[in-house]
Design a protein around this ligand. Structure first.
Ligand code: TXA
Ligand code: MG
Length: 334
């Protein structure tokens, strides 16, 4: 298959290009498109054979369910039964469109291949003009995982998608880098206690306003993780990733330089702290928590392309967006 890449304005997407992409979706093809979190690999969620192509293109295990993307909040009840519609309505009013995914009881119109056989389905209304326009024009819900090869960092820019999926996707809509850079918050509303299965930009602190009891899933070793995707090594560059305790001191940086020089290793450092870093280290400065989230996967890919042996990543406070960052960093360091 020949993959086409078309540039599209992120704010005012060209209707002609959107119509072309929508035609591919309706015909059972694959379109990679930007969302506010990461790029998605989309297919018609109601077309079983189209959805199978997503799993094949990514090399994704078939027991890992997909998120169904909708253009409008009102669409949700066509595909899922709402547990307590007042709660869902409050969340939707506040956070949709946006980086929040809700796990709900599935309705039978959604083919079971989408949900990997689960009785639940994840839905979200993305907040990106291109994603919005594409779903609307296609006139069908779009199933979309992150548009990377399984196990690789999620793509935060169109070249990342091309790097992973050239020849495996019909069309890539290139609208430039995304806003958040970490995937949506996955919130399970099918259990007694609402539970965050994957932390993201919509934080526990924020959700507490609507859901005072909301918890974050504690990964217990002998329990099957509730979000099947969370059990795979994820988000990882090829090099070894280590977490640097904060605050990072000059002494620590000197030690890293020793590793680089003595062992002849290519060593990278990601810092939120502002420090003078020895020139022998490949250095990535993050100026804020938001930038850290937005750049993390890009840095992982950069570490691969520069063939680093080790990447040291400074820890951040595990609150707010920091929780999403540390969740990805810890997985990469596993
Ligand atoms: O920001 C995002 O969510 C991006 C953009 C493209 O929307 N999508 C994304 O999809 O990250 P994916 O497939 O890479 O990650 C979806 C996660 C996986 O961990 C999956 O196991 C979990 O959501 N998930 C999906 N459906 C589920 C369900 N019914 N129950 C529990 N977890 C589910
Ligand atoms: Mg993914």
């Amino acid at each position: 298959m020949k993959t086409r890449v078309i540039s599209i304005d992120p704010i005012h997407p060209d209707p002609g290009v959107i119509a072309e992409a929508a035609t591919i979706i309706r015909a059972g093809g694959l379109v990679a498109f930007p969302t506010e979190t990461v790029y998605g690999l989309g297919a018609n969620a109601l077309d079983e054979s189209a959805v199978r192509k997503i799993f094949a293109a990514k090399g994704r295990p078939s027991d890992n369910p997909l998120i169904v993307h909708l253009a409008e909040v009102a669409e949700a009840e066509k595909y899922a039964s709402l547990p307590d519609s007042a709660v869902v309505q409050k969340l939707a009013d506040k956070y949709w469109p946006g980086p929040l995914t809700l796990v709900l009881q599935k309705k039978s119109v959604i083919p079971s291949v989408v949900t990997a056989g689960l009785a639940t389905v994840s839905v979200r209304v993305p907040d990106h003009p291109v994603a919005q326009a594409l779903i609307r024009a296609a006139g069908v819900p779009i199933a979309a995982p992150s548009a990377n090869i399984s196990g690789r960092p999620s793509p935060t820019d169109a070249p990342h998608v091309l790097m992973d999926l050239d020849g495996k996707v019909d069309l890539i809509l290139d609208a430039g880098p995304v806003k958040w850079g970490v995937e949506s918050t996955v919130l399970d509303l099918t259990t007694d206690t609402p539970t965050i299965l994957r932390p993201g930009a919509i934080t526990q602190e924020m959700l507490k306003e609507q859901l005072p009891l909301v918890e974050i899933e504690r990964k217990t070793l002998n329990l099957t993780p509730k979000a099947p995707g969370m059990k795979y090594r994820h988000y990882a560059p090829k090099c070894v990733v280590h977490i640097l305790l904060s605050p990072v001191t000059d002494q620590v940086l000197d030690q890293l330089e020793q590793v680089a020089l003595a062992e002849g290793k290519k060593v990278g450092v990601v810092l939120l702290s502002f420090m003078k870093v020895p020139a022998s280290l490949t250095f990535f400065q993050m100026k804020s928590i938001e930038e850290y989230a937005a750049q993390l996967y890009r840095v992982f890919r950069e570490a691969d392309s520069q063939q680093l042996d080790v990447l040291y990543v400074e820890e951040v406070d595990e609150s707010g967006l920091g929780r999403a960052i540390m969740n990805r960093v810890k997985k990469a360091a596993e």
